[in-house]
Design a protein around this ligand. Sequence first.
Ligand code: DHE
Length: 544
Amino acid sequence: MHKGIRNALTFAALPLAMSAAFANDAPTLSAEAKAAAGKTYFERCAGCHGMLRKGATGKNLEPANTSKLGTSRLEKIMAYGTEGGMPNFDDILTKKEITDMAAYIQMPAEAPPEWGMKDMKASWKLHVPVKDRPTKQMNKINLNNVFSVTLRDSGEVALIDGDTKQIWGIVKTGYAVHISRLSASGRYVHVIGRDGRYDLIDMWYEKPTIVATMKAGYEARSVDTSKYKGYEDKYAVVGSYWPPQYAILDGETLEPLKLISTRGVTVDGEYHPEPRVASIVSSMIKPEWVINIKETGMIKLVDYSDIANLKETTINSAKFLHDGGWDASKRYFLVAANASNKIAAVDTKTGKLAALVDTAKIPHPGRGANFTHPKFGPVWATSHLGADVITLIGTDPEKNPQSAWKVVQELKNHGANSLFVKTHPKSKNLWADAPLNPDPKLAGSVTVYNIDDLGKADPKPEVLDLAAAANLGKTKGLQRVVHGEYNEKGDEIWFSVWTGNKTEPSAIVVVDDKNRKVKHVIKDKRLVTPTGKFNVYNTMHDIY
Ligand code: DHE
């Protein structure tokens, strides 16, 4: 097992005697069962509820709350999910795992260890120094149309040639890689594992090759690179969930250069011990990253032009910040303050909050979707975990001030528990998934609207059952259709059919954007639990 993960898990395995006092009637677990439940908590629950269980997208799971619900109610919530956005786990966890987890979360949470600069430097491995790497592209692949695909449960990333739909290479990475981002040059893919392992993949070799690795912490979700003119490929930035911090690294070697803690007070002025780094994006109009701190509700604009004298502009928005993307002009960044049911819009030109927009429950945009609405001008879209709608927000205060920072339209999605919306500047389609819906039919389908119809009184979408189109047969796990991503040309959209279970088959369905017909299904036994897909060109240029 990777040393970092092992360290993160040993805290969960501390003997009961070493943890804080338990309520007399609190359930107990053997040290072995507790360690196993701690591992499952880290892998499946900590992302939403926090390592310290203080709650964020998910509810607070400290014993004061969980013991009120009791073991049997907790088991039901975990098995079947809730309408509030908690997914069902009965297809992923066994009955015993659910029962043990119900006990585990009634026990006090224990803080994992810290991970400082010394640990980061010790973890850093420069497999190939820059001077020993190829000086030109050594393969014939159209790199702009490569998709970097997360193989969630095998701890790998597949690089798929978007032109031929063939797997070009599979690289071993950290546990459950969360996202891939591109260097400004388009040569390097930066991937971050949930376990904080960060890999730099060089696409100039004959086969994709990891040239540097480091470990940013015990739990991480976000990474980006410096994209402003003059800083291309110079720096990378990686955010951690635990410890709550972000690090600035050399963009071509991943050498750790600077570490900044995000612990501090929330927008309410209360200290929080675990303000996790959620989404990070890179500005193209300034040498700046937008870094979103989940628990504090603070958005940081980090100026990387002088990292020894780092300038951070801290913008108050709302809790709990999660995912987001640029508007079409790349001046405004829109991010979900998901548990506050709001979208925060930052004006990166002025360095100020442009607006806080109230939305339906738990917006979850991914990077969102930008298009010109027939009635309201430029809009950005998000779907929702907690509501079966797609929200459109006006983003052009100069030419369309009457629509700016308002919810101009709510479209019906085929279900709640949606994670991602997508369109492309060359497309007339707006797509939304609902993969965490407990109903198999809804989890396996996508909604698609014709953008030209959106000015009509009652626009009618089409709902496509892409799980059925993948034809995987019967599986124990739900076949969840997740994360649409366009190819470079913008004439096809790829969706993952994710069974959430590494022993069962999964697939990627490629849909022709013009006629909305499935044109190809990528099936391969090496394609283990594919989830996020990142097209090189679209990710490099923030096209969505
Ligand atoms: Fe994600 C983006 C966090 C669960 C697939 N996810 C993000 C981002 C964050 C985040 C902070 C934004 C990164 C950025 O832009 O810099 N995700 C979390 C969680 O905390 C959460 C809720 C629970 C967890 O334990 O991780 C979670 N995410 C999931 C999944 O279960 C998904 C569906 C499958 C998987 O691979 O784990 C998943 N998240 C994704 C994807 C993106 C993402 C595909 C990138 C979207 C994009 O288009 O850029």
